[in-house]
Design a protein around this ligand. Sequence first.
Ligand code: GTP
Ligand code: MG
Length: 197
Amino acid sequence: MKIVTAEHIKSVTKLGDCPKNDRLEVAFIGRSNVGKSSLINLLLDRKKLAKTSSTPGKTQTINFYLINNTWYMVDLPGYGWARVSKKKKLAWSEFVRDYLLNRKNLHCLFILLDGRHEPQSIDLQFLTWTIEQKIPIALVFTKADKLSRNQIIQSIERYKKTLLKDWAFLPEIFITSIKDLRGKDDIIRYLGSIYPV
Ligand code: GTP
Ligand code: MG
């Protein structure tokens, strides 16, 4: 699949304000600062379409990008951002939860993980919740440029081992880096298998 056009359509903070659910979509989630917005820009070949920041908590809305005039890519706010107030955190989880549970056209939720750390309970809890809710997921290990090949393999094995304690299967797994473009073609190919255009 070739990304020909990518345009920002809308940013919302409640399910009711999302665009009509008549187009398939994929969304990106993960801890704050894990690299969701950066990965979207990498996949779309646009440097600044999705707003990125070295400070966690940059993306606080659900952002819709229309791809090839056909389907949506969605940038979600990160979870586990310590510095937002309790009230704001709750509002975050409510509207994102609402989106994840009720968005009928959500075809794949990419869960981004930082391979530099041991499996974190917040990530594992979130992963388990998506499985329980039957949300289709794929895993992405980001910032691979910060790790050696060996460390990446070890990190993925750690997650696999932890996940296989509870699950009989593993989702699709990708390794990415915005520095050396790793994983870009793999994810684009995967998206091409979902969307023919
Ligand atoms: P929130 O919107 O705050 O939840 O964060 P996010 O997950 O969208 O992260 P974002 O894309 O804004 O990136 C956070 C920081 O990580 C930025 O400083 C990026 O430049 C950096 N970053 C993202 N991807 C990579 C990567 O593959 N390698 C390296 N070295 N840095 C990266
Ligand atoms: Mg972001």
